[in-house]
Design a protein around this ligand. Structure first.
Ligand code: PTJ
Length: 266
């Protein structure tokens, strides 16, 4: 069993350690796949380079994503293990604010994982959770993993699918099916980031509450106003921004080499 380390608030990486603890705890509950820990580590590395903040470019992607979800007639939020462990409450809030359905969709569909994730979502207030057990009865043949198993009432019929922390295979298949694909991925080089319609290059932990508040704010707008927001967005520009910001930050830090000071020494 994993023990909590009760990390002190004064630890400079306290928040990052707490997030890791949440994920490792949820490996034990069956929510998070072991590969989810590897995926998280890769995300953390990019977040480090990005400066662990929501950039103004990512904020524009968030606004555009909220508008696209509100415009969709059948929006679906696809939930995997990592996102359920980190953002169950915000997923339920986003479903409410945008009128989207929640569907469990897993890369590693091991026995019991789907119902463990459903339980987490229901504890967070979800009334309906698609894609659990036999409900994932439809197949997207182009997808080469368990992710091909989808709910005919959800992802299969959806016109917009939110796919936080995705693997490129399905993002590509969903785009080919003419669906709007909204991704959250700290790695702007990943196939998902490259192939999505809207990529939010940010940590899902920071992006989700912002996405909820944007969906709530934009709900008051007219359809034409929402369309204007979506059509003004360019994913190519968003990805260029993310890569350039990482490059600039590394460049600035490389001038210093040592950029963290040792305190408390003469
Ligand atoms: O729960 P399952 O079975 O559906 O599996 C989920 C994972 C995440 C294991 C599965 O989808 C997977 O293997 O994903 P990948 O191919 O490793 O891609 C995950 C992407 O998410 C990588 O590009 C990471 O950089 C990125 N990422 C990881 N953690 C975060 C993140 N992006 C934003 N916020 C994070 N916290």
């Amino acid at each position: 069993m994993t023990r909590g380390t009760h990390v002190s608030d004064r630890h400079p990486r306290a928040e990052s350690i707490r997030i890791r603890e949440r994920l490792t705890k949820h490996v034990e509950t069956g929510v998070v796949a072991l590969a989810g820990l590897i995926a998280h580590g890769r995300g953390e590395a990019f977040d480090y380079i990005l400066g662990e903040r929501t950039t103004s470019s990512a904020m524009r992607a968030i606004t555009s994503a909220a508008a696209a979800l509100l415009l969709a007639r059948r929006p679906v939020l696809s939930v995997n293990g990592n996102v359920a462990a980190l953002c169950a409450k915000e997923l339920v809030e986003l479903a409410e604010a945008s009128g989207a359905k929640l569907e469990v969709n897993l890369f590693h569909r091991l026995p019991g994982r789907d119902s463990a994730i459903e339980e987490l979502l229901r504890d967070a207030g979800a009334e309906e959770v698609l894609g659990v057990g036999d409900a994932a009865s439809a197949r997207i043949d182009e997808v080469n993993s368990d992710r091909r198993r989808v709910d005919p009432r959800g992802i299969l019929a959806a016109d917009a699918v939110f796919v936080p922390l995705e693997d490129g295979d399905r993002a590509e298949a969903l785009r080919r099916m003419d669906k709007t694909v909204i991704a959250v991925d700290l790695n702007p080089l990943s196939r998902t980031a490259q192939l999505a319609s809207i990529t939010i290059v940010d940590n899902v932990v920071r992006a989700m509450p912002l996405l909820v508040s944007e969906a709530e704010r934009l709900r008051a707008l007219r359809v034409e106003e929402l369309r204007t927001i979506v059509s003004a967005f360019s994913n190519r520009d968003a990805l260029s921004d993310a890569m350039r910001l990482m490059e600039e930050r590394l460049h600035t830090l490389s001038e210093k080499g040592v950029y963290i000071e040792l305190h408390g020494r003469e």
